[in-house]
Design a protein around this ligand. Structure first.
Ligand SMILES: [Zn+2]
Length: 162
């Protein structure tokens, strides 16, 4: 009973549903992907450039990512994920594509790959910001400390006007 009144939530696939848009058609998610790639550190170098770090000249292991950009990884075996700061843990799926597990807690025993950026001798820690979430907390604390110092700098109690 009532089954016939159920609205159709999904469009029924038509004969053209398998067609893909032209390769050069703008995709609405491209800017989102670019932002995600930058946050993940998937900043190339993109082929056909050689997989060489622009900051130190060392060769890395370049992998495609799901954002359409490439990431340069350290050419090392995977290391225990808990040793690598969150946001910098890269995994490689069976198709050879790399993905960043973000700030998710790694399950016990998980391993991951280290992005070259973290180990690059051509970048300072200020440039790499290995602990980005902690950086945000530090900046907020700096604002709070300044605000508190400003408040404490005022003359103690306002003179009694009564
Ligand atoms: Zn480098």
């Amino acid at each position: 009973m009532g089954d016939t009144h159920e609205p159709s939530l999904f469009p029924v696939p038509g004969p053209d549903s398998h067609r893909q848009p032209p390769v050069d058609a703008p995709r609405p998610w491209e800017s989102v992907d670019r932002g995600q790639a930058a946050r993940d550190g998937a900043t190339g170098p993109e082929p056909p450039a050689r997989p060489i770090c622009p900051h130190c000249g060392l060769v890395g292991e370049r992998r495609p990512t799901y954002t359409g950009r490439h990431v340069l990884l350290e050419p090392l075996p995977a290391v225990p994920a808990h040793l690598v700061p969150g946001g910098h843990r890269w995994h490689i799926d069976s198709g050879g594509q790399a993905w960043n597990s973000g700030l998710n807690e790694p399950p016990p025993g998980t391993t991951c790959h280290v992005p070259h950026q973290l180990a690059c001798p051509g970048l300072t820690l200020d440039e790499i910001k290995p602990w980005r979430w902690l950086e945000a907390v530090r900046e907020e604390n700096a604002r709070r400390a300044r605000r508190q110092a400003d408040e404490d700098g005022l003359p103690g109690a306002l003179p009694d006007a009564g």
